[in-house]
Write a protein that binds this ligand. Structure first.
Ligand code: AMO
Length: 430
């Protein structure tokens, strides 16, 4: 019988598989660390005289060998590095034909460049693996929260005829005889679906031809996008955003204790509601600190970071900036009566925008006017505009950046650490 330990996912009696990441001899004992799907490695302590047969199999194996073993959880757990098993059988599935290009045990720290190139291999290392296991948990938690709250999962096209977030960052693709683009955001489609669903969500890649090379941008990133109909205002949407993020953080805090420990991350429980700052207030705060900011443009990365430091001093790790000027936003945000400010918000975590969203313009005439004012041709958006003709309720939503959320939760320095295969200015392989 195979028994699973409470909350640990550890198998008491099992066949377990993975790769040898470390081998050490302590006197007559051979310590073999095997890393499989579990974040903590399995540890086998084989005594030369007692476990003669198994010792003979394991002793000549190189780091990187793919093996399975059958065994039982050791009654006495002596290893600090992993979970100790008493093996009864070892089977070798594959041996490396070359030396591994990176040090999986992590004794020699690899440069970020190397880590990005060999992430798929380095994920044998508990630290690297922990990040990706938590990434899975983030998506699982998001789905769980959204399903519990009446959101329906949808999938929208990734090859599109029009962009929603500005022409400068569109990747062009040749689509038979015509030009098309890779989707920057499910924005237009998720809004269209609010003509038949009350609430939708999508977990989706975004493709953005942003030319710069920063620690917070990718050219292919993932978003948790939601759209929510029948709202009374932007506040309803901000509540969904803060509750969703708090749920995700709590889910990871409770279910990924081993991984957080491996990463040395202390993830405090979040307690919404978070502070709402008006855009004009954010401008005043930054100016009072001597930072130059415009009243009509979005905050620069540097200003955003500085605001994060100021807010952190006041014990606000997470906060919203709401009421962005119309001059700084996309066409689809609802404008206030004054036409100067909009119902767009940013949601920041430790000085980084992790999500942005807001209430949308749902009135057909005003939407057409907004497109024109932004210099866009309503004819290019006909398929989208049509959805606003047949009873479109007030609605709003947001896009939450998966890698940015993980980066801030786990205190990673570079967004590239939060995704397995990086697409940035210089990388399209591996
Ligand atoms: P926005 O363009 O702000 O809004 O994107 C939403 C969120 O997605 C993440 N993100 C990125 N992460 C890494 N690299 C990038 N290049 C990148 N671009 C975006 C960020 C950001 O906050 N349609 C709106 C959302 C909405 O209103 O619903 C949109 O796409 O975390």
């Amino acid at each position: 019988m195979i028994k699973r330990g409470l909350n640990t996912g550890v198998l008491a009696l099992a066949k377990l598989c993975g790769w040898i990441i470390r081998k050490a001899r302590v006197g007559k004992v051979l310590i073999v660390e095997v890393c499989g799907n579990n974040s903590k490695p399995y540890v086998l302590a084989l005594k030369e005289d007692r476990d003669r047969e198994l010792y003979a199999v394991a002793e000549p194996l190189d780091i990187g060998s793919a093996i399975c073993f059958e065994g039982e959880l050791a009654s006495e757990q002596r290893s600090k590095r992993g979970i100790e098993y008493v093996a009864t059988r070892i089977e070798v599935y594959a041996k490396p034909i070359e030396h591994l290009p990176v040090d999986i045990a992590g004794k020699v720290p690899a440069l970020l460049e190397t880590r990005i190139k060999y992430r798929w291999l380095l994920a044998r290392n508990p630290v690297e693996k922990a990040i990706f296991k938590i990434r899975t948990g983030v998506l699982k938690a998001a789905r769980e929260y959204l399903e519990k709250n009446g959101f329906v999962e949808v999938q929208t096209p990734k090859i599109v005829a029009a962009g929603a977030e500005g022409g400068a960052t569109l990747f062009k693709v040749q689509y038979f005889e015509r030009e098309a683009y890779l989707s920057q955001s499910p924005q237009l489609y998720k809004q269209m679906l609010i003509s038949s669903f009350e609430r939708v969500y999508e977990i989706t890649p975004y493709f953005r031809a942003e030319k710069f090379n920063t620690t917070r941008h990718l050219n292919e990133s993932w978003g948790i996008d939601i759209e929510q109909g029948f709202i009374n205002g932007v506040e309803d949407v901000m509540q969904t955003a803060e509750n969703l993020v708090s749920y995700i953080v709590d889910f990871v805090r409770i279910n990924y204790k081993d991984e957080l420990e491996i990463l040395g991350v202390n993830l405090p429980k979040l307690t919404p509601p978070f502070r709402r700052l008006k855009f004009t207030e954010a401008v005043d705060i930054l100016r009072s600190e001597g930072i130059e900011v415009s009243e009509v443009e979005d905050l620069s990365d540097a200003a955003e970071k500085k605001l994060g430091e100021i807010m952190a001093e006041k014990k606000h790790d997470l906060y919203f900036i709401v009421g962005f000027p119309w001059t700084s936003t996309a066409f689809y945000y609802m404008r206030e009566e004054d036409k100067v400010y909009t119902r767009k918000f940013d949601f920041d975590y430790k000085g980084l925008e992790i999500a942005s969203g807001g209430q949308r313009e749902h009135r057909y005439d005003k939407l057409v006017e907004a497109l024109r004012e932004k210099g866009l041709n309503p004819a290019d958006f006909e398929f989208y505009l049509e959805a606003f003709k047949y009873g479109m309720p007030p609605h709003g939503g947001f896009g939450l950046g998966v890698e940015r959320l993980i980066m801030k939760m786990l205190n990673l320095e570079n967004i590239r650490e939060a995704i397995m295969f990086v697409r940035d200015r210089t990388r399209i392989t591996p």
